[in-house]
Design a binder for this molecule. Structure first.
Ligand SMILES: [Ca+2]
Length: 85
């Protein structure tokens, strides 16, 4: 495994039905699948920060833009995934 997890990788892991958009339920299911802790506040924050057009879905473009701004946090998520997988 490499030391780099990209926003694309995380989007693909969360996009369970490969629709190229993430719904709130899909994000929750994806985080559950990855055994990542989350709560309503986390999800609210994610959508408030990432859903730029406020359509209730996070597109790949929105997610990648969000992820690029938060590379450090992605590395933390990656470490959590490795630790608990
Ligand atoms: Ca959106």
């Amino acid at each position: 495994m490499t030391d780099i997890v990209t926003g694309q990788d995380l989007f693909d892991a969360l996009d369970i039905n490969s629709s190229q958009t993430l719904s709130r339920d899909e994000v929750i299911l994806g985080l559950d699948k990855l055994h990542l802790p989350h709560d309503d506040e986390n999800i609210d924050t994610l959508f408030a920060e990432a859903d730029d057009d406020n359509d209730g879905m996070i597109s790949r473009k929105e997610f990648i833009s969000y992820a690029k701004e938060r590379t450090h946090n992605l590395h933390l998520v990656r470490n959590i995934i490795i630790t608990y997988s």
